[in-house]
Write a protein that binds this ligand. Structure first.
Ligand SMILES: *Cc1c(COP(=O)(O)O)cnc(C)c1O
Length: 418
């Protein structure tokens, strides 16, 4: 598989290969090289790679300066190339993404998406993006890239044959997302990426929802896996960051482009992301369980037309989800049967445990109104689902007790009716 050797945990005594360890164990081990957690001359070391806050690396001599190696992993050069704290996070993410040779960090998920697209496309190229993509991805495709003479078109991610036909001579890259933002439809990534590969088209996926713990994107045929670390990896709503993981030589192209654009991540933020990463597995497991309980309960409510949660047996997308995913998260949507905009606002404003706000994947639950039809070229609501009033709500289920969340939602439905 060309898997890069994993980092050696600072406290390991036995010579077990980390490749045999389960994800829960790997989350604890990754990125903790001894050279980053120990001080020369001291016995033992610290658990976490410290925050190395630095712009300048001092060399011992001009001869050493001349030996500086800007692209070599694990060698100080200058702050823009990062230091041990950022390298530890990047190495950890690479180790968690089966098939990846490296990871580039970005100051946000949007930066990771825009920079990856710019790195891999040239003037005259065409980008196809899934109609269910995150809205700023669409904006970057149709706005930013257009200024560089890169054209972009949406395609229906549920129509595999249509995708094959949409690929033209100038198509160089397809931007995927699974499940889709807001509408949560699940597409057949192995089928889409097989077609793309056969036609010489690169596949980039926004893998924020599942993370590699739930969807090993490169193993499923994608060439680049992008994540907003702001969501599950940060996990505490206090951090913005993004990442792109890929095989060589793609990761090198992305890294070079990021350097051209001066993309940096602070060591303080990298340390926060590393801290979040250690508990990501248990947080995802818990929020998935709670989300399933809430989604299942919503299905029984007369106010709800359809629950757009592919993790839920029988829900749209469940079959492919079950085939391709090994885990989920707390984010899903539902549609209201016959509410109007004001009734929906009453519902949302009555919630006490759910904050009203963007982002998701934090420890606290959130709810927002969603009207995805407005930003879609195709009818993106799952075709077999009843869209009801067409008005939707997206929930990010956090770590609260699911029974308390259900009681809160019950109160809010009552307030919606009055
Ligand atoms: C939030 C989000 C992003 C963007 O990440 P930021 O870190 O907020 O820039 C990208 N993709 C998806 C699916 C998201 O939900």
């Amino acid at each position: 598989m060309g898997r890069r050797p994993l980092a050696t945990g600072g406290n390991r005594r036995r010579g077990l290969s980390e490749d045999t360890h389960k994800p829960a164990t790997r989350l604890v081990e990754v990125g903790r090289r001894k050279q980053w957690t120990r001080v020369e001359g001291q016995p033992g070391g610290v658990v976490n790679p410290p925050v190395w806050r630095s712009s300048t690396h001092l060399y011992d001599s001009t001869a050493d300066l001349a030996q500086g190696r800007p692209n070599a992993d694990g060698h100080f050069y200058y702050g823009r190339r990062g230091g041990p704290t950022q390298w530890a996070l990047a190495e950890a993410l690479t180790a968690l993404e089966p098939g990846a040779d490296g990871t580039e960090l970005f100051p946000s998920g949007v930066a990771a998406i825009s920079c990856t697209l710019m790195a891999l496309l040239r003037p005259g190229d065409e980008l196809l993006f899934a109609d269910n993509a995150y809205e700023p991805t669409r904006t970057a495709a149709l706005g930013l890239l257009k200024r560089f003479d890169i054209s972009a078109r949406a395609f229906d991610p549920l129509d595999v044959d249509g995708f094959a036909q949409a690929i033209g001579p100038a198509t160089k890259l397809v931007m995927l997302e699974n499940p889709g933002s807001l509408t949560m439809e699940v597409c057949d990534i192995p089928a889409l990426t097989a077609i793309a590969r056969e036609k010489g088209v690169l596949s980039v996926i926004d893998n924020t929802w599942a993370s590699p713990l739930g969807f090993p994107a490169l193993e499923r045929g994608c060439d680049v896996s992008v994540m907003s670390l702001t969501k599950h990896v940060g996990g505490h709503s206090d951090l913005m960051m993004g990442s792109a993981s890929a095989k060589q030589p793609l990761i090198e192209r992305i890294r070079n482009h990021a350097q051209f654009l001066g993309q940096v991540v602070s060591p303080d933020d990298a340390a926060l992301a590393l801290r979040g990463l250690r508990t990501m597995g248990v947080r995802l497991e818990q929020s998935t369980k709670s989300a399933l309980a809430v989604a299942d309960w919503l299905q029984s409510r007369s106010e709800v037309a359809s629950v757009l949660c592919p993790m839920l047996p029988g829900a749209p997308g469940y079959d492919i989800w079950q085939r391709d995913f090994s885990g989920g998260c707390g984010l899903f949507s539902f549609t209201l049967r016959d509410a109007d905009v004001r009734a929906r606002a009453r519902f949302l404003d009555s919630l006490e445990l759910f904050g009203i706000g963007f982002s998701w994947g934090g420890y606290e639950s959130l709810a927002i109104p969603v009207d995805p039809a407005r930003v879609r070229d195709f009818n993106a609501w799952p075709s077999d689902a009843d869209a009801g009033s067409g008005l939707g709500v997206r929930l990010s289920i956090g770590l609260e007790d699911p029974g308390d969340l259900i009681r809160d939602l019950t109160r809010a439905f009552a307030a919606m009716e009055t």
